[in-house]
Design a protein around this ligand. Structure first.
Ligand code: SF4
Length: 327
């Protein structure tokens, strides 16, 4: 039985943080053991919001792929490539734009949400509205069967399914209808308790040196009602505890849970402990990172190899799509 194909991408818009690690990359690492995986740096998608600040994109691609490789994504198991190197994505995006009703794009929930959230840039652009359509082209050009997503991205895959069906209806069966692969994503907030994001200056980056990790963890918000060391704490509303649940052993989680509630553990002590757990977790990642940083040519070769594989498949699909449309 041939393996089913999975596709996912990430926008190169700055350094990756622990939220990316638990939110996507740890999952990608597992998926590559079971599926034929295509993972790409979504630089055209980055342009939809960073069009006025493009310097950040090119530098971030190399950095991001180094993080991917350091975390265990393997070019032997997965196809790692850069979206803009495969021009066929743009051609399919254009063809799909002919058959996609505007209202389908306007009703995607993240369209309005992001416009309201990212108020520091003008997102009333054609490219931003078409973002989910380009995503559809990314997915179906590889005839991906599954797309790993969190619950908030399911509407995007739903849209891709509708567009693939519409294309097949007009021109004949070319594209398999992709399925969302719902992934339970542990939520990691930033050190100030808001969503972890480089724009909030609250992220712990995968590349942060041990001293920096310790400094950031020492600044983390805890249970706001715990004023004195002798006050019993409530781990359920403490961000440090949320990190323990992701990174610490069940025994440690249980001990913190009990000791915090009876004020047998202080926050300063607990944060120091958590910081060391994170530092130990990141140590092998940093070791591999160093290897790739010392050898940027190796990273370029990995991406070139991935682009070649991706291009072959995308070109074949476009042949079929053009024949189906008779153009
Ligand atoms: S002891 Fe740990 S879990 Fe409890 S409030 Fe302090 S930092 Fe949070």
């Amino acid at each position: 039985m041939p393996k089913q194909r999975v596709l996912s991408g990430m926008r190169p818009t700055g350094k990756l943080h622990l939220g990316h690690m638990v939110g996507a990359l740890d999952n990608w690492k597992q998926l590559q053991e079971e599926y034929e995986c295509f993972f790409f740096a979504a630089d055209w998608h980055a342009l939809t919001t960073e069009y006025a600040n493009t310097d950040i994109i090119q530098g971030s691609i190399q950095d991001m792929v180094i993080d991917w490789l350091s975390l265990g994504l393997s070019p032997e198991k997965s196809v790692l490539f850069v979206q803009s190197k495969i021009k066929e994505h743009a051609e399919l995006h254009l063809l799909l734009s002919m058959i996609t009703p505007l209202s389908w794009l306007e009703r995607v929930p993240s369209y309005k949400e992001q416009q309201q959230e990212l108020t520091n840039r003008d997102l009333s652009t054609y490219g931003f509205l078409g973002y989910p359509l380009l995503q559809t082209a990314d997915i179906i050009i590889y005839k991906a069967h599954k797309v790993p997503v969190g619950i908030d991205q399911v509407p995007h895959v739903e849209l891709s399914r509708e567009i693939a069906r519409r294309f097949n209806f007009f021109y004949g069966e070319v594209f398999p209808v992709p399925e969302p692969m719902l992934t339970e994503i542990p939520k990691l907030l930033g050190i100030d308790g808001r969503k972890m994001s480089k724009s909030y200056d609250n992220a712990i980056f995968i590349s942060d040196a041990p001293q920096e990790v310790r400094r950031k963890v020492s600044l983390m918000f805890t249970d706001p009602n715990r004023i004195r060391r002798s006050d019993p704490g409530n781990p359920d509303i403490c961000n440090v505890f949320a990190f323990h649940k992701v990174y610490s052993s069940p025994e440690i989680v249980e001990r913190v849970n009990v000791d915090c509630r009876r004020a047998a553990l202080g926050c300063v002590e607990d944060k120091k402990h958590l910081a060391e757990i994170l530092v130990a977790h990141l140590a092998p990642v940093h070791e591999r990172r160093e290897k790739y940083l010392q050898n940027p040519r190796l990273v370029e070769e990995i991406l070139e190899g991935g682009c070649q594989k991706a291009r072959r498949i995308a070109a074949q699909t476009m042949e079929e799509a053009r024949m189906a449309i008779k153009i």
